[in-house]
Write a protein that binds this ligand. Structure first.
Ligand SMILES: Cc1cc2nc3c(=O)[nH]c(=O)nc-3n(C[C@H](O)[C@H](O)[C@H](O)COP(=O)(O)OP(=O)(O)OC[C@H]3O[C@@H](n4cnc5c(N)ncnc54)[C@H](O)[C@@H]3O)c2cc1C
Length: 416
């Protein structure tokens, strides 16, 4: 890497990859530094024993920006779409009940039973602590319209337009990592892996000195435009040399630990049709499993012929102890809890467990105030930007949108 770069992006998850790629498309010679040998962050697809596993996100909602990226990267023909009307289930009173597709079928009681599972499904979070305004801006609007989330959603849903399609869920033939690989290929030598950013210092002229460490030692690079796309603990630590408040403010954003447990079975040993997306669990059900995705029902090529692949999530902020169990305990816990629900008659023939200690940021009460304070602090350091899943939504599509917005700001800054 040259010693002075026009823009340096730190963190090669989807946020950093999209930001660096977009800057380069704008003609800015941006470089991206990633600490691990593999880019992608929590997006990680691997094939084992004929099963195609997603160790992190299982799929993503199609958005205009993602579609455009796939076109640009030449991977649109690799996209797979989950059956748009595949039912989703919620476990209520010991039964898997389909979540209604059409608005009139919602009832306030069903909504109450959906909110908890929904929160676990997206944030692995605690409904008592999450900020509705930051976590679910549409629900927040609905509450303002209707006086409560339930009434608001019913009112928002009312304009009798008939059944609505759910957002389109997608993946790629070879898994979500296709997107990461394509971005990394386009970046080529502008992406430096196995290199950790160990320190950020402000120079007298306002530029940044970045200390990089890798197997061969350490070196410094300098930039006028620094974009940190790292989790909050790393970001806070790196910026603590600029102002110690970064560390305390960013450190106050909690993350939920989640274990992702994929189990493979012979299809003949599962009596349930597995026709659907999977299920979420109401807290009152008393299970430790937060929800399950029926991978092999959604996308082809996820399991060998005659097998099914089911991926369940355990942990979250309401059950932090679960993610501390060992992989064997987690696999047997999940098998024990999902078997009666799906009438599974045999032991799994395959299992894989991934534990993410900092899986998902929690948009807890006060989140927007914390972010406003972080933004105010950043504004004291022109040329510094933050992006990542703790800002405007953890979904892949939201990370992409946030990264694009930051790339635009960087371009405007550099051309001003
Ligand atoms: C289990 C799980 C399930 C999920 N399910 C879904 C889903 O179904 N649909 C969906 O849309 N989203 C889902 N998400 C959310 C989504 O995948 C993430 O929010 C998103 O991928 C985060 O991307 P990111 O780039 O912001 O962060 P990360 O992926 O965390 O990337 C940060 C990167 O920074 C690097 N880094 C850290 N420190 C340094 C350093 N000092 N120097 C250099 N590099 C550093 C890390 O190695 C990492 O690569 C899920 C997430 C998890 C964990």
């Amino acid at each position: 890497m040259t010693r002075h770069v026009p823009a340096l992006v730190v963190g090669g998850g989807i946020s950093g990859l999209v930001c660096a790629y977009t800057l380069r498309k704008f003609g800015i010679d941006a470089q991206l530094v990633e600490s691990s040998p593999r880019p992608g962050g929590v997006i990680n697809s691997v094939t084992r024993d004929g099963f195609l596993l997603e160790l992190g996100p299982q799929s993503f909602s199609s958005t205009a920006a993602l579609r455009q990226h796939c076109l640009d990267l030449g991977i649109s023909n690799e996209l797979l779409q989950a059956p748009p009307r595949a039912p989703r289930y919620v476990l209520v009173d010991g039964e898997l009940r389909p979540v209604p597709l059409s608005p009139p079928a919602f009832s306030p009681q069903l909504l109450d039973r959906l909110v908890g599972p929904f929160v676990s499904g997206i944030y692995a979070g605690d409904p008592e602590r999450l900020s509705v305004r930051s976590s679910f801006p549409q629900l927040y609007e609905a509450e303002k319209v209707g006086g409560s989330i339930a009434r608001g959603m019913l009112r928002v849903a009312k304009p009798n337009k008939g059944p609505r399609e759910r957002p389109i869920l997608q993946s790629f033939r070879e898994g979500n990592e296709t997107l990461v690989r394509a971005l990394a290929n386009k970046l080529g030598p502008a992406l430096l892996t196995s290199t950790c950013v160990a320190g950020v210092f402000r120079q007298n002229d306002g530029s940044f000195q970045i200390r990089l460490e890798n197997r061969d030692g350490s070196e410094s690079v300098f930039t006028n435009s620094l974009i940190l796309a790292t989790p909050t603990d790393v970001t806070g630590r790196l910026l603590s040399h600029l102002d110690s408040s970064f560390e305390s403010l960013l450190g106050s954003i909690d993350y939920a630990a989640v274990a992702v447990v994929s189990l493979g079975y012979f299809t003949k040993d599962i009596a349930h049709s597995l026709n659907g997306f999977g299920f979420l669990v109401a807290r009152s059900a008393g299970l430790r499993v937060l929800g399950s995705v029926w991978n092999s029902s959604l996308f082809p090529g996820r399991a060998p012929e005659g097998h099914a692949l089911l991926t369940s999530f355990v942990g979250g902020t309401t059950d932090p102890a679960a993610a501390k169990l060992n992989p064997e305990e987690l696999a047997s816990l999940v098998h024990r809890e999902i078997s009666p629900l799906l009438s599974i008659r045999s032991e799994p023939v395959f299992s894989n467990v991934t534990i993410w200690p900092g899986a998902l940021p929690q948009y807890n009460l006060g989140h927007s105030d914390r972010l406003a304070a972080v933004a105010k602090l950043c504004s004291r350091f022109p040329g510094l930007w933050l992006t990542g899943n703790y800002l405007r939504g953890p979904a892949i599509g939201s990370c992409v949108e946030q990264a694009l917005a930051v790339a635009d700001e960087v371009r405007n800054h550099l051309t001003a």
